[in-house]
Design a protein around this ligand. Sequence first.
Ligand code: F6P
Length: 486
Amino acid sequence: MNLVVVSNRVARGKANEPMTGGLAAALLPVVEKSGAIWVGSSGRVRHGAQREPFAEIEALGAGALATLDLPAAHYGGYYEGFANSALWPALHSRTDLICASQEDYLSYREVNAFMARALLRFEKPDAAFWVQDYHFLVLGAELRDLGVNRPIGFFLHTPWPARAIIEGVPHHRELIEAMLAYDLIGFQTADDRENFLSYVRSDLGLEVRDGAITSRYGISRTAVFPIGIDPEKFEQQAAKAVSHPEVSRLRRSLNGEKLAIGVDRLDYSKGLINRITAFDRMWTLQPALARTVSLLQIATPSRGAIEAYGNLQEELAKLVSDVNGRHGEVDWTPIRYLNKGFSQTVLAGLYRTAQVGVVTPLHDGMNLVAKEYVAAQNPADPGVLVLSKFAGAANELDTALLVNPHDIDGMARTIATALSMPLAERRMRWEAMMARLRASTIQQWFAGFVDALRETRIHRRAAEPPIAATPAPWPLRSANSGARYH
Ligand code: F6P
C-alpha cells in the first residue's frame, strides 16, 4: 500500500532544533520509517500565477515530504479563521470564543479543495490516504468529488465535544456530513468517539451499528486510537540530555530547590491561568514552600494573529509578574516564565530535572507532554506527574495525581502533595505509567491505524440521494470565481 499522510503542519526537525506542534513532532519519526509520502503546508502562501501546486518534494527517510504553498487569498480565512477561530474553540468546548465569518468558512472549504486537487498526483491503484486533524474535515469529501475511490482515513488529534457544543460551529451539519466520506474515523478517546456518534445519530438521523455509520458515501467505521510516544527513545534522550549545557545551567541555578515544570503552547485550552493561580495559592496557603520550589513554565507563542491568543499572552504576562512580585525575594524568583520553544533533547533534560510535571489543560485531545515527562524520569528517583483529568492522557496515565483544573485550591494541594511524595510511592506510580507507555507506543498507534485502514472494505454506494433534506450548501466556487489558483 502506498500511504499518503496529510496534515496542515509538517516537520523536518532534528532532535536538536526547536519543534513546532505536538502532531508534527510526533508524526516525524514514524512517517520517516514508514516510507509514506507526507503532504502538508510549506508555511508560505502562493499568489494566483503559480501553476505547480507543490513547493517542494524532498526525501524523508524511506519516503518523501511534499509541501504546498497554500493559496494566499484563503490562507488567513482557513488557518486563523475557520480552523482556529471556529473549529478549535468549539472542539475545546469554548463556544464563547467562536468567531468566524462566512468568508472564513469559504476559505476553509477552498483550501480543503485545493489540497484535494494537489493530492491527485499521488493517487495510485494501491494508494491510501490518511488525513490528520480538524484543518481537513472535508478533504475526504473533496477527494471523493474528484473521483478518488481509494481508502481514506481521518484521525482527530483534539477532543470531540458534546453535541450541543459542536452545534455552535457555523455549518456544522455540512461539515460532519462531509466527514462521512472517510472510511475510517479515529479518535483519541472513547468519549470523543461517543460524542461524535451521538451527533451523527441525533442531528443527522443516521444509522450507527457497532460504531459504523451508514451514509450516502457508504460505511464509515469509527475507532479509538490513543496516540503514544516512543518511550525508550525519550528515556535515552533524557538520560543523555542531563549533561546538555542548558540543562546543567538550570540545575546549577536551583541551589537545592525543587522544580516543577510546565511546557505548553500558549493556548487557552492549556489552563495556564488556572495553573499559575494554583501555584500562587499554594505559596499563599503554605508559605513554608516559598524558596523550596519554583515553577519553570515554558509557554511557546502560538497563533499570535488571533485576538484570543494575544489577549491570553498579555494576561499571563501580567499574572506571572504579579505572582513573582508578591512572593519573590531578592534572591528567589517563584516562576521562571519563558515564551520560546526548545528542542526535544533539551526538553527531555528539563523534564528529568523537575520533581513535578504539571500538565493541567482544561481540555486536551491527548497531551504528549504528559507522556514525555513520564518517559524522561530517572527510574531510581522519578518525579510526579500532576495531570488534568480532562486530558486524553488521563485515561492511560491513571496513576498520575489527577486534578480538576477548575478547582484551584485542589490543584494547589495536589502540587504540594506531589512535592513531598515518598520515593516508594513515586516509583510505584511511575512504573505503572511507564508500563502503559510501553504498551501503547507511537509506532503501535501508526501501525494500528494503517492496518485498520487497509482492512477497510469500501462499501460505497454509487449514486444515492443526499443524506437528508439539508439546505443547499453555500455556493462555494461561484462566490469566489475570481480566486482560482491553477
Ligand atoms: O492538538 C492538535 C494540534 O494539531 C497539536 O497536535 C499541535 O500541537 C497543534 O494542534 C498545532 O497547532 P499549530 O499547527 O496551529 O501550531
